[in-house]
Design a binder for this molecule. Sequence first.
Ligand SMILES: *Cc1c(COP(=O)(O)O)cnc(C)c1O
Length: 364
Amino acid sequence: MKFNKNLENIKTYEAGKPIELVVREFGIAPKDIVKLASNENPYGCSPKVQEAVVNIVKNMALYPDDSMTKLKTGLSSRFKVSDENVIIGSGSDQVIEFLVHAKADSNSKILINSVTFAMYEIYAKHVGAQIIRTSSQKHDLDEFYELYKKENPEIIFLCTPNNPTGDAIDSKDLFNFVSKIDTDTLVVVDGAYMEYAAAKDKSKEIVVSELIEKFSNVIYLGTFSKAYGLGGMRTGYGISNAKIIKELYKLRPPFNITTLSLEAASVALDDEEFVNKSITLNFEQMKRYEEFANKQKIDIIESYTNFVTLCLNSNQNSTEISNSLLQKGMIVRNLSGYGMNAIRVTVGTDEQNSRFFDLVSELL
Ligand SMILES: *Cc1c(COP(=O)(O)O)cnc(C)c1O
Protein backbone atom coordinates (compact mmCIF):
# COMPACT_ATOMS: atom_id res chain seq x y z
CA MET A 1 0.00 0.00 0.00
CA LYS A 2 1.29 3.47 -0.83
CA PHE A 3 1.28 6.19 1.80
CA ASN A 4 1.91 9.90 1.77
CA LYS A 5 5.55 10.27 0.63
CA ASN A 6 6.27 12.67 3.46
CA LEU A 7 5.89 9.83 5.96
CA GLU A 8 8.90 7.97 4.57
CA ASN A 9 11.32 10.29 6.35
CA ILE A 10 9.54 10.39 9.69
CA LYS A 11 10.83 8.45 12.65
CA THR A 12 8.13 7.81 15.23
CA TYR A 13 8.62 10.09 18.23
CA GLU A 14 10.03 8.25 21.19
CA ALA A 15 8.54 9.62 24.37
CA GLY A 16 10.18 9.08 27.74
CA LYS A 17 9.61 5.45 28.66
CA PRO A 18 6.38 5.10 30.63
CA ILE A 19 6.60 3.41 34.03
CA GLU A 20 4.30 0.61 32.81
CA LEU A 21 6.84 -0.40 30.17
CA VAL A 22 9.69 -0.66 32.66
CA VAL A 23 7.49 -2.79 34.89
CA ARG A 24 6.90 -5.21 32.02
CA GLU A 25 10.41 -5.17 30.56
CA PHE A 26 12.44 -5.47 33.75
CA GLY A 27 9.93 -6.91 36.20
CA ILE A 28 10.49 -4.03 38.62
CA ALA A 29 7.63 -3.13 40.96
CA PRO A 30 6.02 0.23 40.10
CA LYS A 31 6.83 1.60 43.56
CA ASP A 32 10.55 1.04 42.89
CA ILE A 33 10.53 2.96 39.63
CA VAL A 34 11.51 6.60 39.49
CA LYS A 35 10.69 8.46 36.29
CA LEU A 36 12.77 11.57 35.75
CA ALA A 37 12.48 11.52 31.98
CA SER A 38 9.65 13.77 30.79
CA ASN A 39 9.93 16.92 32.91
CA GLU A 40 6.66 16.32 34.69
CA ASN A 41 6.01 18.07 37.99
CA PRO A 42 7.20 15.63 40.71
CA TYR A 43 4.81 17.26 43.20
CA GLY A 44 1.77 16.39 41.09
CA CYS A 45 -0.79 19.10 40.48
CA SER A 46 -2.85 21.48 42.57
CA PRO A 47 -5.00 19.53 45.08
CA LYS A 48 -7.90 21.73 43.96
CA VAL A 49 -7.76 20.07 40.55
CA GLN A 50 -8.46 16.69 42.05
CA GLU A 51 -11.55 17.98 43.84
CA ALA A 52 -12.88 19.68 40.71
CA VAL A 53 -12.25 16.70 38.50
CA VAL A 54 -14.16 14.32 40.75
CA ASN A 55 -17.30 16.36 40.09
CA ILE A 56 -16.78 16.29 36.34
CA VAL A 57 -16.37 12.52 36.33
CA LYS A 58 -19.97 12.21 37.53
CA ASN A 59 -21.24 13.43 34.18
CA MET A 60 -19.25 12.72 31.09
CA ALA A 61 -21.98 11.87 28.58
CA LEU A 62 -22.02 15.31 26.99
CA TYR A 63 -19.44 16.67 24.59
CA PRO A 64 -17.15 19.33 26.04
CA ASP A 65 -17.87 23.07 25.78
CA ASP A 66 -16.20 23.59 22.42
CA SER A 67 -15.99 27.35 22.93
CA MET A 68 -13.72 26.57 25.92
CA THR A 69 -14.86 29.85 27.41
CA LYS A 70 -13.79 29.19 30.98
CA LEU A 71 -10.21 28.21 30.18
CA LYS A 72 -9.88 30.80 27.43
CA THR A 73 -11.02 33.57 29.75
CA GLY A 74 -8.65 32.31 32.42
CA LEU A 75 -5.74 32.41 30.00
CA SER A 76 -6.63 35.74 28.43
CA SER A 77 -6.88 37.43 31.81
CA ARG A 78 -3.67 35.80 33.03
CA PHE A 79 -1.75 37.00 29.97
CA LYS A 80 -3.64 40.31 29.58
CA VAL A 81 -4.81 39.56 26.04
CA SER A 82 -8.30 38.98 24.61
CA ASP A 83 -10.06 35.67 24.01
CA GLU A 84 -9.57 36.00 20.26
CA ASN A 85 -5.80 35.83 20.83
CA VAL A 86 -5.96 32.35 22.35
CA ILE A 87 -6.15 28.84 20.91
CA ILE A 88 -6.14 25.73 23.08
CA GLY A 89 -4.61 22.47 21.94
CA SER A 90 -4.32 18.91 23.10
CA GLY A 91 -0.94 19.82 24.53
CA SER A 92 0.98 22.71 23.00
CA ASP A 93 2.19 19.94 20.72
CA GLN A 94 -1.10 20.13 18.88
CA VAL A 95 -0.75 23.88 18.47
CA ILE A 96 2.67 23.27 16.90
CA GLU A 97 0.99 20.85 14.50
CA PHE A 98 -1.66 23.43 13.59
CA LEU A 99 0.81 26.19 12.96
CA VAL A 100 3.20 24.12 10.85
CA HIS A 101 0.29 22.86 8.75
CA ALA A 102 -1.14 26.37 8.48
CA LYS A 103 2.06 28.08 7.41
CA ALA A 104 4.33 25.58 5.68
CA ASP A 105 4.28 23.18 2.75
CA SER A 106 6.80 21.20 0.72
CA ASN A 107 8.36 24.40 -0.63
CA SER A 108 8.97 25.86 2.82
CA LYS A 109 11.95 26.05 5.10
CA ILE A 110 11.72 25.97 8.88
CA LEU A 111 14.57 27.32 11.00
CA ILE A 112 15.29 25.71 14.38
CA ASN A 113 18.11 25.49 16.91
CA SER A 114 20.69 22.73 16.42
CA VAL A 115 19.52 20.94 19.57
CA THR A 116 15.87 21.51 20.41
CA PHE A 117 12.41 20.02 20.90
CA ALA A 118 12.04 17.08 18.49
CA MET A 119 8.44 17.75 17.50
CA TYR A 120 9.27 20.82 15.38
CA GLU A 121 11.09 18.62 12.91
CA ILE A 122 8.47 15.87 12.95
CA TYR A 123 5.65 18.29 12.09
CA ALA A 124 7.86 19.93 9.46
CA LYS A 125 8.23 16.53 7.83
CA HIS A 126 4.45 16.03 7.81
CA VAL A 127 4.22 18.77 5.24
CA GLY A 128 7.51 17.99 3.51
CA ALA A 129 9.14 21.24 4.65
CA GLN A 130 12.90 21.52 4.86
CA ILE A 131 14.50 21.90 8.29
CA ILE A 132 17.39 24.34 8.66
CA ARG A 133 19.41 24.07 11.87
CA THR A 134 21.84 26.45 13.47
CA SER A 135 25.23 25.07 14.41
CA SER A 136 25.57 26.38 17.95
CA GLN A 137 24.10 24.40 20.82
CA LYS A 138 22.65 27.41 22.63
CA HIS A 139 20.27 29.72 20.78
CA ASP A 140 22.62 32.16 19.06
CA LEU A 141 20.31 34.85 17.69
CA ASP A 142 23.03 36.30 15.46
CA GLU A 143 23.35 32.95 13.77
CA PHE A 144 19.55 32.67 13.58
CA TYR A 145 19.48 36.04 11.85
CA GLU A 146 22.21 35.08 9.37
CA LEU A 147 20.37 31.90 8.46
CA TYR A 148 17.08 33.76 8.26
CA LYS A 149 18.63 36.19 5.74
CA LYS A 150 20.18 33.39 3.73
CA GLU A 151 17.35 30.84 3.73
CA ASN A 152 14.19 32.94 4.04
CA PRO A 153 12.32 30.42 6.23
CA GLU A 154 8.54 30.36 6.56
CA ILE A 155 8.75 29.63 10.29
CA ILE A 156 11.40 30.23 12.98
CA PHE A 157 11.15 28.29 16.24
CA LEU A 158 12.71 29.78 19.37
CA CYS A 159 12.45 27.47 22.34
CA THR A 160 13.08 29.40 25.54
CA PRO A 161 13.97 27.87 27.89
CA ASN A 162 15.20 25.26 25.46
CA ASN A 163 14.45 21.57 25.76
CA PRO A 164 16.66 19.50 26.13
CA THR A 165 19.44 21.88 27.23
CA GLY A 166 17.63 24.14 29.72
CA ASP A 167 19.23 27.42 28.64
CA ALA A 168 17.11 30.49 27.99
CA ILE A 169 17.19 33.55 25.73
CA ASP A 170 17.25 37.05 27.24
CA SER A 171 13.89 38.67 26.68
CA LYS A 172 15.51 41.87 25.39
CA ASP A 173 17.50 39.93 22.79
CA LEU A 174 14.43 38.04 21.70
CA PHE A 175 12.40 41.22 21.18
CA ASN A 176 15.28 42.77 19.30
CA PHE A 177 15.57 39.70 17.08
CA VAL A 178 11.89 39.57 16.23
CA SER A 179 11.88 43.27 15.33
CA LYS A 180 14.30 42.48 12.47
CA ILE A 181 12.16 39.67 11.01
CA ASP A 182 9.81 40.32 8.13
CA THR A 183 6.13 40.08 9.09
CA ASP A 184 5.61 37.29 6.53
CA THR A 185 7.74 34.94 8.60
CA LEU A 186 6.07 33.30 11.57
CA VAL A 187 8.17 33.36 14.75
CA VAL A 188 7.20 30.75 17.34
CA VAL A 189 8.26 31.34 20.93
CA ASP A 190 7.87 28.05 22.77
CA GLY A 191 7.67 28.85 26.48
CA ALA A 192 6.88 25.37 27.82
CA TYR A 193 9.15 26.05 30.84
CA MET A 194 8.68 29.80 31.05
CA GLU A 195 7.16 29.69 34.56
CA TYR A 196 10.49 28.36 35.86
CA ALA A 197 12.66 30.77 33.89
CA ALA A 198 10.62 33.82 34.91
CA ALA A 199 10.94 32.84 38.58
CA LYS A 200 14.70 32.27 38.38
CA ASP A 201 15.67 35.30 36.32
CA LYS A 202 13.37 38.19 35.37
CA SER A 203 15.50 39.01 32.34
CA LYS A 204 14.42 35.73 30.75
CA GLU A 205 10.70 36.39 31.19
CA ILE A 206 8.76 36.99 27.98
CA VAL A 207 5.83 39.32 28.60
CA VAL A 208 3.33 37.76 26.24
CA SER A 209 0.95 40.72 25.86
CA GLU A 210 3.83 42.98 24.91
CA LEU A 211 5.17 40.40 22.47
CA ILE A 212 1.95 40.01 20.54
CA GLU A 213 1.06 43.70 20.67
CA LYS A 214 4.41 44.63 19.18
CA PHE A 215 4.59 41.88 16.59
CA SER A 216 1.82 40.58 14.35
CA ASN A 217 3.87 37.57 13.25
CA VAL A 218 4.66 35.90 16.59
CA ILE A 219 2.93 33.10 18.42
CA TYR A 220 3.72 32.22 22.05
CA LEU A 221 3.16 28.65 23.24
CA GLY A 222 2.53 27.50 26.78
CA THR A 223 1.51 24.23 28.40
CA PHE A 224 -0.10 22.77 31.50
CA SER A 225 2.13 19.69 31.26
CA LYS A 226 5.16 21.03 33.09
CA ALA A 227 4.90 23.52 36.00
CA TYR A 228 1.15 22.95 36.39
CA GLY A 229 1.61 19.20 36.74
CA LEU A 230 -1.05 18.18 34.23
CA GLY A 231 0.93 16.13 31.71
CA GLY A 232 -1.81 13.52 31.73
CA MET A 233 -4.45 16.08 30.79
CA ARG A 234 -2.85 17.06 27.46
CA THR A 235 -3.63 20.77 27.49
CA GLY A 236 -1.57 23.57 26.01
CA TYR A 237 -2.19 26.88 24.30
CA GLY A 238 -1.03 29.38 21.73
CA ILE A 239 -1.31 33.15 22.09
CA SER A 240 -1.02 35.34 19.03
CA ASN A 241 -2.49 37.96 16.75
CA ALA A 242 -6.21 37.28 16.16
CA LYS A 243 -5.64 36.79 12.43
CA ILE A 244 -3.15 33.98 13.01
CA ILE A 245 -5.39 32.34 15.62
CA LYS A 246 -8.25 32.42 13.14
CA GLU A 247 -6.19 30.52 10.57
CA LEU A 248 -5.14 27.92 13.14
CA TYR A 249 -8.78 27.38 14.09
CA LYS A 250 -9.43 26.07 10.58
CA LEU A 251 -7.25 23.07 11.41
CA ARG A 252 -8.60 22.38 14.88
CA PRO A 253 -10.68 19.22 15.19
CA PRO A 254 -13.92 19.77 17.09
CA PHE A 255 -13.84 18.97 20.81
CA ASN A 256 -10.06 18.63 20.83
CA ILE A 257 -9.93 19.16 24.61
CA THR A 258 -11.89 16.93 26.96
CA THR A 259 -14.25 18.29 29.59
CA LEU A 260 -11.95 16.85 32.24
CA SER A 261 -8.88 18.60 30.84
CA LEU A 262 -10.65 21.93 30.43
CA GLU A 263 -11.75 21.91 34.05
CA ALA A 264 -8.39 20.67 35.36
CA ALA A 265 -6.46 23.35 33.48
CA SER A 266 -8.84 26.15 34.53
CA VAL A 267 -8.54 25.23 38.19
CA ALA A 268 -4.77 24.70 37.97
CA LEU A 269 -4.32 28.12 36.40
CA ASP A 270 -5.98 29.74 39.40
CA ASP A 271 -3.81 28.03 42.01
CA GLU A 272 -0.71 30.15 41.71
CA GLU A 273 0.40 29.16 45.17
CA PHE A 274 0.84 25.54 44.13
CA VAL A 275 2.88 26.46 41.06
CA ASN A 276 5.07 28.87 43.01
CA LYS A 277 5.74 26.26 45.66
CA SER A 278 6.70 23.71 42.99
CA ILE A 279 9.08 26.20 41.42
CA THR A 280 10.76 27.05 44.73
CA LEU A 281 11.27 23.38 45.55
CA ASN A 282 12.53 22.76 42.03
CA PHE A 283 15.36 25.26 42.30
CA GLU A 284 16.24 24.14 45.83
CA GLN A 285 16.63 20.59 44.56
CA MET A 286 18.45 21.72 41.42
CA LYS A 287 21.26 23.02 43.64
CA ARG A 288 21.88 19.44 44.69
CA TYR A 289 22.40 18.48 41.05
CA GLU A 290 24.89 21.30 40.63
CA GLU A 291 26.79 20.13 43.70
CA PHE A 292 26.61 16.52 42.53
CA ALA A 293 27.95 17.43 39.07
CA ASN A 294 30.73 19.44 40.65
CA LYS A 295 31.73 16.58 42.87
CA GLN A 296 31.65 14.08 40.00
CA LYS A 297 33.45 16.52 37.67
CA ILE A 298 30.66 16.39 35.10
CA ASP A 299 29.51 19.48 33.19
CA ILE A 300 26.00 20.71 33.94
CA ILE A 301 24.32 23.29 31.72
CA GLU A 302 22.81 26.17 33.69
CA SER A 303 19.10 25.43 33.64
CA TYR A 304 16.05 27.71 33.72
CA THR A 305 13.66 24.75 33.77
CA ASN A 306 12.68 21.74 35.87
CA PHE A 307 15.37 19.51 34.37
CA VAL A 308 19.13 19.46 34.18
CA THR A 309 21.39 18.34 31.36
CA LEU A 310 24.49 16.50 32.51
CA CYS A 311 27.20 16.46 29.84
CA LEU A 312 29.28 13.37 30.49
CA ASN A 313 33.02 13.04 30.10
CA SER A 314 34.49 11.21 27.12
CA ASN A 315 35.19 8.06 29.15
CA GLN A 316 31.52 7.88 30.12
CA ASN A 317 28.75 6.86 27.72
CA SER A 318 25.27 8.32 28.02
CA THR A 319 23.62 5.31 26.36
CA GLU A 320 25.30 2.83 28.70
CA ILE A 321 24.59 4.94 31.75
CA SER A 322 20.94 5.51 30.95
CA ASN A 323 20.47 1.79 30.17
CA SER A 324 22.10 0.76 33.45
CA LEU A 325 19.89 3.24 35.28
CA LEU A 326 16.83 1.84 33.54
CA GLN A 327 17.61 -1.66 34.74
CA LYS A 328 17.61 -0.27 38.24
CA GLY A 329 14.24 1.38 37.72
CA MET A 330 15.54 4.92 37.17
CA ILE A 331 14.23 6.45 33.93
CA VAL A 332 16.16 9.41 32.52
CA ARG A 333 16.52 10.79 29.00
CA ASN A 334 19.54 9.78 26.96
CA LEU A 335 20.52 12.62 24.63
CA SER A 336 22.71 10.57 22.28
CA GLY A 337 19.99 10.93 19.63
CA TYR A 338 20.60 14.68 19.75
CA GLY A 339 24.30 14.11 19.10
CA MET A 340 25.18 14.79 22.74
CA ASN A 341 26.95 12.49 25.19
CA ALA A 342 24.60 13.71 27.86
CA ILE A 343 21.59 12.77 29.91
CA ARG A 344 18.61 14.95 30.74
CA VAL A 345 17.19 14.45 34.20
CA THR A 346 13.97 15.96 35.49
CA VAL A 347 14.55 17.48 38.92
CA GLY A 348 12.47 15.25 41.17
CA THR A 349 11.55 15.24 44.82
CA ASP A 350 14.23 15.15 47.51
CA GLU A 351 13.93 11.39 47.76
CA GLN A 352 13.94 10.75 44.00
CA ASN A 353 17.00 12.91 43.52
CA SER A 354 18.88 11.17 46.34
CA ARG A 355 18.16 7.88 44.63
CA PHE A 356 19.50 9.26 41.36
CA PHE A 357 22.72 10.47 43.00
CA ASP A 358 23.25 7.11 44.70
CA LEU A 359 22.71 5.11 41.52
CA VAL A 360 24.86 7.34 39.33
CA SER A 361 27.68 7.46 41.90
CA GLU A 362 27.78 3.67 41.77
CA LEU A 363 27.98 3.71 37.96
CA LEU A 364 30.65 6.38 37.50
C1 LIG B 1 6.79 19.47 26.92
C2 LIG B 1 7.03 20.42 25.82
C3 LIG B 1 6.02 20.87 24.95
C4 LIG B 1 4.64 20.36 24.83
O1 LIG B 1 4.07 19.80 25.83
P1 LIG B 1 2.53 19.36 25.73
O2 LIG B 1 2.48 18.30 26.76
O3 LIG B 1 2.26 18.88 24.35
O4 LIG B 1 1.76 20.58 26.06
C5 LIG B 1 6.31 21.82 24.00
N1 LIG B 1 7.53 22.31 23.89
C6 LIG B 1 8.53 21.93 24.68
C7 LIG B 1 9.85 22.53 24.50
C8 LIG B 1 8.31 20.96 25.67
O5 LIG B 1 9.34 20.56 26.41
